[in-house]
Design a protein around this ligand. Sequence first.
Ligand SMILES: [Zn+2]
Length: 410
Amino acid sequence: MHMKINLTRMTADAMQLTEEVTTRWTSRIAGSPACLACGDYLLDTFTRDYDGAEKQEFKVHPASFLGYMKICVVLYFIALIAFLFHQLLVAAVVSSIPIIITVTHFFYFKEVIDFLYPEKLGQNIMGTIEPSGEVKRQVIISGHHDSAHIFNFLENDPDSFGRKTQLSIGGIFGLAIATWLTWSLSLMGISILIPYYGFAAVFVFLSIYVYQLWHFHDEQGTPGAGDNMICTAIAMEVGKHFKSIKGDPSGLKHTRIIVTSWDAEEAGLRGARAYVKANKQELHDVKTYNFNLECMYDHAELGFLTSDLNSFVPMSSQMVDECVDVAASIGYSMKKNPFPLLAGGTDAAEFAKAGIEATTLAAMSWTERGEGIAYHTTSDTIDAVDPIAVSRSIETAIHYIRRKDEQITA
Ligand SMILES: [Zn+2]
């Protein structure tokens, strides 16, 4: 069926909204007045543009997400000093705590230390476009409007990011292994002289890197244009398109669209998590798909995530295959990307964990971080956003939603 899409105008509108929001609220850390004001602004826009709009509030402890690094630094130095004073068991026990925190809190995004940090208000914003007939499935198309803390390693010297993070995490994990090993050897009555002085030298050296984690991030947030205001704007354009053709022969018959802007993504996916928890029944009553968007920097990197959350959570391979197929049908070759360890996660993970089909479309290399990077730096302004990636994402999402509707209408 012929479908008129004015991609040039939609892309320009998405870019313009992103520029407006990211220059008005130049830092949008979850829980900050700027982030809340931005959410209210989006709610007004959604209310104007869609069939219905709402704000869902939740409690969040945003400072915990990166704050755990400082806990790890302190415990590392306590353990190292204990080790240097031959308190091997104390060193072993204390050095193990950062590993437990890092694995649960940062590898799996669990809320183990959140209670230590101040509670703030978060708000997810959503707008609904109802189909002309009975609702038989729904697509949640989503971005997030909160922005990340500036990552000082990326801001100041992006080439060193990999080395600094790997050596500091290596130091934290290595110290625990080394202290348990030395303690065990001493229990067995084996001479520990050589390993002891060897480990002492290595971990005193690595303490330089571990200490740098104290300054991993700045209190200030990034402008968050490419990550991720533009993605909320893309979702909004897709919603507006279907609203404008509602009731036409080319309009949606049985598919509801929920345009969503999550809050607190950069605080460990807490916004999407709160939504999934609060709406679990509805999400399973109607067959739901989450088409999530992230990081629109480079159209050559456009691809769908096959896994998420440091690669521990698989995405729906059926949905990824279908999305790649839809993109190919309109002439775009898009990749299927597994998520690398230590790269964090995206909001789609919260849906996948709840058994809802989900994937994230992103236009960024998840592993290469070179000079002039915009991701999590002050360079993340509208100039960093790739309009071709925006245009192709809008087009692909529209065709994907259309196909999902045709499948149940046919
Ligand atoms: Zn993001």
